[in-house]
Design a protein around this ligand. Structure first.
Ligand SMILES: [Zn+2]
Ligand SMILES: [Zn+2]
Length: 130
């Protein structure tokens, strides 16, 4: 049994149990108004139609899939709902798991879709000039 967020209290930030790792997540988070993901495993729940309104009926688990960097350098997490496929960007909070954030940001670099030795060849070409 999981407690539902009251739909008539969009501005309140109740504490919640993470449905992914079971962590008891405090309602307030340093650096953000709307706590929308677990700081330990970074998973979220599809509960909002618009940020913080808690009006979505889906309630599917949302997997953290990628890091997005804004022009001002601030990081956001891209969450994808496992139930309906909805994708949302959420600002990171001050107490988010930094190791997980870094490993998510590094994931594409660790698995490039082309052989790395070709990078050296390309660099040699550009040094020669046109
Ligand atoms: Zn969690
Ligand atoms: Zn969903």
């Amino acid at each position: 049994m999981t407690r539902c967020f009251p739909p008539d209290e969009p501005s309140s930030n109740p504490a919640f149990l993470c449905t992914h790792c079971g962590h008891a997540v405090p309602g307030s988070a340093p650096g953000t108004v709307h706590r929308n993901h677990c700081p330990r495993c970074l998973w979220s729940l599809h509960v909002d139609l618009k940020t913080g309104d808690r009006r979505s009926a889906c309630r599917g688990p949302m997997e953290p899939v990628a890091i997005h960097t804004r022009t001002d350098g601030e990081w956001s997490i891209l969450h994808r709902c496992q139930r309906c496929g909805f994708i949302r960007m959420n600002r990171i909070a001050g107490d988010d798991n930094e190791l997980l954030l870094m490993s998510m940001a590094m994931r594409p670099l660790a698995r490039p879709p082309f052989p790395l030795h070709r990078m050296g060849e390309l660099a040699a070409f550009s040094e020669d000039g046109p």
